[in-house]
Ligand binder design. Structure first.
Ligand code: ZN
Length: 146
């Protein structure tokens, strides 16, 4: 087992056992539902905005360990960030999971999200890992003030 594989499993286990920002957000500015019927993952994402910034973001629902851990980690990295930064993270995360496993992901932009590169070894689970990110992308698109 490689170090990165080990870290991937640790992060999934940790965020699945203790999901961050889990539970409904009171009076959200925006909500969106994300469903992956192939696996049975179903989440709702809630966000509050302060001008251009995502001031709060939470999620509720249920799904497999990968979908839940990915949603949890996603909320921790986009909370407090600008819409533009959140969108950029979505694009990089998406690119990382779509690309060939031999292509090194952009570590500087992705930060701790990099551990999800491990999902590329399990193509069936990519939709699980992307679910919360697609929901975020949709939420930002639906609530674009410009
Ligand atoms: Zn799943």
């Amino acid at each position: 087992m490689t170090a990165s594989r080990n870290l991937y499993e640790q992060v999934i286990l940790d965020h699945n056992r203790t999901p961050r920002n889990y539970g409904e957000l009171v009076n959200p500015d925006a909500t969106v539902e994300g469903v992956n019927p192939l696996c049975g993952d179903s989440f709702v994402l809630y966000a509050c905005f302060d001008g251009d910034r995502i001031s709060d973001i939470r999620f509720s629902g249920h799904g497999c360990a990968i979908s839940k851990a990915s949603a949890s980690l996603m909320t921790t990295v986009v909370k407090g960030e600008s819409r533009q930064k959140a969108q950029q993270l979505f694009e990089h995360f998406h690119a990382m999971l779509q690309s060939d496993a031999l292509v090194a992901p952009d570590e500087e932009t992705l930060g701790k999200l990099i551990v999800f590169a491990g999902v590329r070894e399990y193509p069936m689970r990519i939709k699980c890992a992307m679910l919360a990110w697609h929901a975020l992308h949709q939420l930002l698109k639906d609530n674009d003030p410009s």
